[in-house]
Write a protein that binds this ligand. Structure first.
Ligand SMILES: Cc1cc2nc3c(=O)[nH]c(=O)nc-3n(C[C@H](O)[C@H](O)[C@H](O)COP(=O)(O)O)c2cc1C
Length: 212
């Protein structure tokens, strides 16, 4: 099922526009490169580090729908080089994404690493799996303590994926990353504060003992 990303993204109308605006030749090369059908360690590691992603699905009325999914780092699991999975936990019970996927399994994901300015795009087909049907998968993807509210497992069969250029991604940091970055500065501030205190005391002593 897996295909080269460009061969999915470049529909006839997209190609016609590339032709019209002069970029077709360059992109024809990209289309021929047989890349991006199996996740390498680079993509798997990237996915494992994510604590959120965006997923677009298509409604019965043809409207695309996009939703942000968030969870513990690594909640989107790489099952094998062509399959991702996550536990669909009970939420607001609107069921828009799963409802859309029931009539059209085609979805698109975008995974962002704002801090390192990287983004991965994925085309996939959804398979909804009942928790009781796949205990092995359930054990893997349902976070500990969430067994009671896991409603289903969403399997994503990868059709194609591609990295996007980092340009225009504004670096943003999670609290955890900010804490890590400021830790050495906080340590240095503490050292300097005690140094200032020591010097102040030394100065007071010196002033008190000096002849008037
Ligand atoms: C109690 C509760 C828990 C939720 N937990 C999550 C969560 O873990 N991750 C998340 O992305 N959204 C969570 N949400 C928000 C939405 O329910 C969630 O995004 C939902 O999957 C929306 O899907 P839909 O827009 O496709 O219907 C939660 C909402 C509620 C009310």
């Amino acid at each position: 099922m897996a295909r080269n990303y460009a061969s999915v993204a470049f529909t006839p109308e997209v190609k016609a526009l590339q032709e019209r605006y002069g970029s077709r030749q360059a992109y024809a090369h990209m289309e021929q490169k047989a890349t991006g059908t199996r996740l390498s360690d680079s993509e798997s590691n990237f996915i494992q580090e994510r604590d959120s992603f965006y997923i677009a699905s298509i409604g019965e009325n043809g409207f695309p729908y996009i939703q942000h999914r968030g969870g513990m780092k690594g909640f989107l699991h790489t099952i094998d080089p062509q399959t991702l999975a996550y536990a669909d936990l009970r939420g607001n019970r609107q069921f828009i994404t799963v409802g859309n996927a029931a009539t059209n399994p085609k979805v698109s994901l975008i995974l962002m690493d704002y801090a390192r300015r990287a983004r991965l795009k994925v085309y996939a087909e959804v398979e909804i799996v009942a928790i009781n049907d796949r205990q092995d998968l359930a054990d893997l993807v349902i976070p500990e303590g969430y067994e009671n509210i896991a409603e289903r497992i969403v399997l994503l069969h990868i059709v194609a994926f591609d990295w996007n250029c980092p340009k225009y991604i504004t670096p943003r940091y999670a609290m955890e990353e900010i804490n890590q970055m400021v830790a050495p500065m906080q340590e240095r501030i503490k050292e300097l504060e005690s140094e200032v205190l020591r010097l102040k005391k030394q100065n007071e002593l010196f002033t008190a003992n000096s002849p008037h």
